[in-house]
Design a protein around this ligand. Structure first.
Ligand code: NAD
Length: 482
């Protein structure tokens, strides 16, 4: 079924500052990567707009922080209800500006809404502490306070979920926010902000600046003494630039950065289950996920069976515009991104990989077919960098310790996937993997109720779960003599 390829009625295209939507003096085009046509022009914020947004968030902070957790939670709960009622609008926007398949966008929109529900519940569960000092001279009271204005930067690959995963805990904690979405996908973030407005978020609590100049705008925002914290999701190189900027003012930062997930199929694993998991871990979002399985390590006894069944499942995928709900693999976010993936395939071939394009992709638009790369050597380019597309490099191993060593041989540490002979093997191996998350016998672990985040250069801090709200809270200790 093909759904409407126009923007949902009432989708905002301005920037949002202090409760006012404005079109600004410059415009930024948003392109549908499936058709390469311009979908909309949105306001293109400059440095002064960024500063104004910080001013609006700072002005709104005292009143928002003074609301009870219950009051803030109820606004988030209303946002959950509204978003759920209008989920198809959100899905359509994601599909149109990001290019992903309808079913992937539906999964994302549900996941995104869940952060409003989860943090509406967490807003009333911010715990403190009360205990006697060991020396008996005082009482130790610990309390948590909202840090202040939070600057939130999100990537294009999950335009709804990355926005709500930051907005919901920040607002639940009592922070006010400035959100800067990726320039490729601002429309979904603007729609989410409009949902929050309609749910009752007061003016200035959520401000959104779309910009074609993320560097200068962000630098000015982070230099502003009214900004108390940064929450960033994006690539590791940009994360490092931002960390050096936050260091200038000793501003706390939470970083959700790049991944290079290993997918281990150990001796004795159930190949059918592993292929089913691989299809999700590799192909959700067309491979454009920080959690995407980036390299497959398969035991020599299973490699032939696994590779041929995985190939068969990939070849059966229907490729085309996500707006046709029957398609399972949509477009990459841009022609540049598609070409980058094609370039990596050429490099893999130069390095001795056998490239297997399992089907054909439509010629128009930023489409690329799934590819399996056989005979890959650990250490080659495909095992070192984040591919961010539907490419599955397969490395063969004989010994489990060797597979663990190769899995850990990377500067990244976001997630790994393990299929073993049984759960005990999966857990034993999983505990030796240097990643913030381990999926055992499954292809996806993301959940609003679980701590999402990475070790090593994949990031700092955790989003979601009981941990997410603490990224936006400051601990204060009161030492008391009664
Ligand atoms: P990116 O780093 O290029 O861009 C991310 C955001 O940073 C965008 O909003 C962009 O406008 C902004 N940005 C770019 N340059 C900037 C600068 N100099 N100063 C301030 N902001 C700047 O990443 P991307 O290509 O949009 O997204 C893909 C990357 O995001 C991948 O590496 C992926 O692994 C990562 N990611 C990580 C997670 C996670 O939770 N760990 C989730 C999704 C995506």
């Amino acid at each position: 079924m093909t759904t409407a390829s126009t923007l949902p009625t009432g989708t905002p295209t301005g920037m949002l500052i202090g409760g006012e939507w404005s079109s600004g003096s410059e415009q930024l085009d948003v392109v549908d990567p499936a058709t390469l046509s311009v979908l909309a022009s949105v306001a293109d914020a400059g440095v002064a707009d960024g500063r104004d947004a910080v001013g609006a968030a700072a002005d709104a902070f005292p009143a928002w922080a003074a609301l009870s957790g219950r009051e803030r939670g109820e606004i988030l709960r209303s946002a959950y209800e509204l978003m759920t009622a209008e989920l198809e609008d959100c899905v359509r926007l994601i599909v149109l500006e990001n290019g992903k398949a309808w079913s992937d966008a539906m999964g994302e929109a549900r996941y995104a809404a869940e952060f409003f529900r989860w943090f509406s519940e967490e807003a009333v569960r911010i715990e403190g502490g009360f205990r006697e000092a060991p020396g008996g001279d005082k009482t130790i009271i610990t309390d948590h306070r909202p840090v202040g204005v939070a600057y939130l930067i999100t990537p294009w690959n999950f335009p709804a979920a990355m926005a709500t995963r930051k907005l919901a805990p920040a607002m639940a904690a009592g922070c006010t926010t400035v959100l800067k979405p990726a320039e490729q996908t601002p429309l979904t973030a603007l729609w989410v902000a409009h949902v929050l407005e309609r749910a009752g978020a007061p003016a200035g609590v959520v401000n959104v600046v779309n910009t074609s100049q993320p560097g200068p705008v962000s630098e000015a925002i982070l230099a502003d003494p009214r900004v108390a914290t940064l929450s960033f999701t994006g690539s590791t190189p940009v994360g490092k630039i931002l960390l050096s900027q936050t260091a200038q003012r000793v501003v706390t930062s939470s970083m959700e950065l790049g991944g290079n997930a290993p997918f281990l199929v150990l001796e004795g694993a159930d190949v059918d289950a592993a292929v089913e998991g691989a299809m999700v871990a590799k192909m959700r979002n067309g491979g454009a996920a920080c959690t995407a399985a980036n390299r497959f390590y398969v035991h020599a006894s299973l490699v032939e069976d696994f590779s041929s069944r995985f190939r068969q499942a990939l070849a059966a995928m229907k490729i085309g515009p996500g707006i046709d709900t029957g398609n399972e693999l949509g477009a990459m976010v841009s022609v540049d991104e598609r070409d980058k993936i094609a370039g990596l395939l050429a490099t893999a071939e130069d390095e001795g990989g056998r490239i297997d394009a399992v089907s054909d992709a439509p010629g128009d638009g930023a489409f690329i077919a799934p590819h399996v790369v056989h005979g890959v050597q650990h250490g080659s380019t495909l095992t070192r960098i984040e591919v961010f597309g539907p490419v599955a490099p397969i490395v063969t191993f004989e010994d489990t310790d060797d597979a663990i060593r190769m899995a850990n041989d990377t500067e990244f540490g976001l997630i790994s996937y393990v299929y073993g002979a049984d759960k005990g093997v999966g857990i034993t191996v999983g505990r030796q993997l240097q990643t913030g998350m381990v999926a055992i016998d499954r292809g996806v672990v993301s959940d609003a109720a679980a701590p999402f985040g990475g070790m090593k250069e994949s990031g700092l801090g955790r989003e979601g779960g009981f941990h997410g709200i603490h990224e936006f809270l400051e601990t204060q200790y009161l030492g008391i003599t009664w």
